[in-house]
Design a protein around this ligand. Sequence first.
Ligand code: AHR
Length: 628
Amino acid sequence: VYTIDPTQLKATVQPTMYGVFFEDINMGADGGLYAELVKNRSFEFDRNLMGWTIKGDSSAVKVIDRKTERPDNPHYIKVAASTQGIMLVNEGFRGMGIRKGEAYNFSVIARQPAGGNVTLQLQLLDESGKVIGTASVQPKSAEWRKFKVSIPASAQAAKGSLAVVVQGKGTIDLDMISLFPQRTWKNRENGLRADLVQMLADMKPGFIRFPGGCIVEGRYLVNRYQWKKTVGDVDKRETIINRWNTEFKHRSTPDYFQSFGLGFMEYFMLAEDIGAEPLPILNCGMACQFNSGELVPVDQIDPYVQDALDLIEFANGDASTKWGKLRISLGHPAKFNLKMLGVGNENWGPNYVERWTLFRDAIKKKYPQVKIVTSTGTDPDGARFDTLNTAFRKLNADILDEHYYRPPQWFRDNAKRYDSYDRNGPKIFAGEYAAHVPGVDDALKKNNLEAALAEAAFMTGLERNADVVNMASYAPLFAHVDAWQWAPDLIWFDNLKHYGTPNYYVQKLYSLNKGTNVVPMLLNGQPIAGQAGIYANATVNNKSGELLIKLVNVSGNSQNADLNIKDLNKYQKTAWVTTLKNAKPNAVNSLAEPQLVSPVDSQVSITGDKLAIAAEPYSFKVIKLKLK
Ligand code: AHR
């Protein structure tokens, strides 16, 4: 018999408890959340015409470098038009998703410095090359100017493309050739894919951490994420190689670059839209130590520290401040109310501690109320983790960011991890975690129910220790089925569709049912952390009076759980139960079967003095009781 005492309010569960971790990995931003359909729109990839095919006389197209004049966007193309036309086809990010009946916003920055009379005939093409949408634009301007036209689509294509036929007399200069669906999240220009943002909004995440991950660090410092280069005019945001640009096996993504069309302003607005606290992570003066490990000498670190101070001003400053004024000029007078900031991602060693301290001193001096998130890294069982943990505890760090990508067994074993953590030390952010099932080769099958249940089991321990653990996020968040570098991931998508993994539903169920306070739920006086394969925790919502019980059965046996709830007679005689289960622990969702493992609602009547719950094999339940 499990006992629950909803009258004893224990730890407060922070509103930020369950959030999301976003990184441009697996084509999560460019090719994913960022709705731009044209790959290499400004010809800045290392091979300048990557993603483009020229049909017709290829000598008619020249890539021009104007590095001195425009170091932020050095390349454009000069095309000699002809009567029959030079066709430029952009392949998109593993194709372009085009929906029948929807319109697509084409834009280009163009000029015809020598006069001329050139028309751009635009065609949306399906997989077979059939034209499924047309429009044209005549960019008549001697100076660079933006031209726009909308293209209606008459049919659907999952792997479509865009053809730009340059027709007429004379030459034309083209840059920033862009195509967006008209329907984006909140129908914003330069917008985000509405279906993918909706998946995030549905989770009601407490925070969104951005922009990564390793891309914060870069392979070299020159490729680190610099937020100031990601705000303002899109055509002035310098494209760089993505840290996840790879060339091996099926994961080959040599065409992975960061356009920064999804930049810091868009991240802050996304956070605001979905009601999540923004949690930016900044480079601490160190490139990825799994790559070059390049370091900024401490006597040259000021610009990095200044970036952090300026970011806080950008988010929270008023019109009298330089960076606050910039935010306002970008159309957002309200402050973003930034409360926390990460310094470093998976950095380690004395070099990290030394640099972190310089950031900490400067940030706390100017913004004492801003909490600093500090990375203790990726190996929770190793010496590197221990050293950092000890060092940052001595330095009174606010929040320690722990990462774990481990087998399911580790997660089950570590459901008690935080029961013994120091209650007076730093708070914990379980900033990146995912159960990786050994021996599963197929990336799309790694997100199976066994992994999701191991995470659900582990999360009972996060929640039970909400006085120490203030935030948690699964990672990575998104992956394109045809262009991933890392698996498992929370949400998979192609160019038109998406699905939530069983892991997504675990995250969502926790987030939507977190409650406000932990209450004791025990078995023989002990936390429920694996006895007969059961893991459980209970919280109450002190506003609604609801009692919220999470019950995970990781075993292959049915278990009858009798819940002995104090003051049970104060609750309605019905329990609302949401169950995520499948008879097969290796069950997965897919684009073809997106809901195979998804939550199902039911009700259980309370007849005697106990609530009797049948926990099916391989199941996760959220059980809700409402006050009478
Ligand atoms: O989530 C994938 C990667 O895992 C992140 O970029 C990094 O922080 C971690 O090693």
